[in-house]
Design a protein around this ligand. Structure first.
Ligand code: BG6
Length: 495
């Protein structure tokens, strides 16, 4: 939300900088943020990892990472040479590691006249969070004469109990206003636009309730499988990996009441009320699945059980569909259907708002299956929205067809910043609006923990399909047509 454009000298310390997240997302995002006017000279990056690389070796890797993100320019290379450093540690536990790190941080700050403004970004495997937070606290790195911020990646715990433990540990060393819990979905322009769409336009809010809406569907589909993350994923599954965080955040933004101000506290307190209003989840409202062999875009893909580092008899869900009930004045009786899965036919994230039918079925004689008005907010990859509605065709026979009004970010604005770019800029600027408050984390774990402790069995689904057939028992008429792009969907003449 912030452009971080005023000079804000600091040292950005990435723990786990040799990992995939840091290389693919954080380095390019940080570079983009530092290139905003006024920031170029003041932002320095210290990568921390369990390697014995020199600064020069790491700088080469940073250049490669920028290159892979399409920003391998002479300016980018020059920036790496002057603003990027590496510090190797043996582990994330010992006092020596943190004493050495502290000395290195202070040395860089001295040499570059930095005012001890520090960001610690934990891009680490969850099992090292605890020792790293403790190490930062006990070595005196949690506070400084400038400002100090701690950024924690998901997963934030693996259930209510572990999330609370992690939270207590963090608060032993850091204040809540220093803590930035990342849910990268909140950095997506289209996710933030949910607020603008709802509260910045007078025409939608009067329709946004149980009187005009019959149901809401949220789909987060991925065509990729678990790839090289089988070890982590097999202990997490779709409920922990996607529902507890990303999907609950999307749902909160769709269902929340208007905040009293466009400020972090006001927005987060409305979101958390939504999560607390969701009634307990019963098995009857849940379908879990696991992908079996299949094909995507004509290419054969292997099933989950054949993925590296997945237990051969794993019961971990790679798909979850749930019917949720947000029991508030606005939404009582209106189901929220959410579904997410890996190895589906396409990568697509959509929110479909399904409106009630017109009260009089005047035109039933002209169309057997009238389609309700649906507003589809497309979070990715075709960012924008579509409103589906009925029109009379120009034919001499009186006929109806479903057509769409379409808005695409790409057509209007060109490049959309990466979610991590927005979030890094906000961390630098000290804006917590797009970060998850401890209460939100706790509320969503409270909702999901009973289900995680007693999960229904997983049903297999063929890779390259939209999930197990049981999801049609949950809801027979998912608005699947909205998952296709306008060009494909309109080919047959109707949506
Ligand atoms: C991550 C999950 O948080 O989000 C991954 O751990 C998932 O499993 C990813 O693939 C999806 O993010 P995006 O931005 O590609 O929708």
């Amino acid at each position: 939300m912030h452009d971080a454009s005023s000079s804000n000298p600091h040292l950005f310390v990435i723990f786990g900088v040799t990992g995939d997240l840091a290389q693919r997302k954080l380095l390019p995002a940080f570079y983009h943020v530092t290139q905003q006017e006024g920031c170029e000279a003041d932002a320095f990056l210290l990568g921390v990892g369990r390697r014995s690389w020199s600064d020069a070796e790491f700088r080469q890797r940073a250049k490669d990472a920028l290159g892979a993100a399409g920003i391998g320019t002479p300016e980018g290379n020059g920036w790496c040479n002057e603003h990027v450093f590496f510090h190797g540690v043996d582990d994330y536990e010992s006092d020596e590691s943190f004493a050495g790190l502290r000395a290195r941080i202070e040395q860089i700050e001295r040499e570059h006249h930095l005012p001890k403004n520090r960001i610690y970004y934990l891009a680490l495997p969850p099992e090292t969070f605890e020792s790293t937070v403790t190490g930062l606290g006990e070595s005196g790195l949690a506070h400084s004469e400038g400002w100090t911020r701690l950024v924690v990646e998901k997963p934030f715990g693996k259930d209510l109990e572990t999330a609370r433990e992690l939270d207590q540990l963090i608060h032993r060393h850091f204040h809540e206003d220093q803590v930035y819990r990342i849910d990268h979905y909140l950095g997506k322009t289209t996710v933030q636009n949910l607020l603008v769409f709802r509260f910045g336009n007078g025409m939608f809010e009067p329709l946004w309730n149980r009187d005009r809406i019959s149901r809401v569907e949220i789909t987060v589909g991925e065509d990729l499988g678990v790839g090289s993350r089988g070890g982590y994923y097999d202990t997490a599954g779709a409920l922990r990996d996607m529902v507890q965080n990303h999907i609950i955040q999307l749902l909160s933004l769709v269902a929340m009441e208007p905040p009293t101000a466009f400020e972090a506290e006001a927005i987060r307190s409305e979101k958390v009320k939504v999560v607390r209003s969701i009634t307990s989840i019963v098995h009857h409202d849940v379908v879990l699945g696991q992908y079996a062999d299949g094909s995507i875009d004509g290419e054969p893909v292997q099933g989950y059980l054949s993925e590296p580092r997945v237990a051969p008899d794993s019961q971990t869900e790679t798909y979850a569909a749930l019917r949720l009930h947000v029991d508030t004045w606005r939404w009582h009786g209106i189901p929220f259907y959410v579904r997410t899965g890996k190895r589906l036919p396409a990568r697509t994230t959509k929110v479909a708002i399904v409106f009630r039918d017109a009260p009089l079925p005047l035109f039933r004689a002209f169309k057997d299956h009238p389609v309700p008005n649906v507003l589809v907010i497309s979070i990715q990859p075709d960012e924008g929205f579509d409103l589906f509605f009925e029109v009379k065709t120009p034919d001499r026979d009186f006929r109806l067809d479903t057509k769409r009004l379409t808005f695409r970010y790409q057509d209007q604005f060109g490049r959309i910043p990466e979610a991590y770019e927005t979030l890094v800029a906000d961390i630098v600027a000290g804006d917590q609006t797009l970060f998850v408050h401890r209460d939100e984390v706790e509320a969503s774990w409270k909702l999901l923990t009973p289900l995680l402790k007693h999960k229904p069995p997983v049903a297999p689904y063929e890779a390259g399909t939209w999930g197990p057939k049981e999801i049609y028992d949950l809801l027979p008429d998912w608005v699947d047509f909205c998952l296709r792009e306008p060009a494909e969907a309109d080919e047959g003449g109707s949506a």
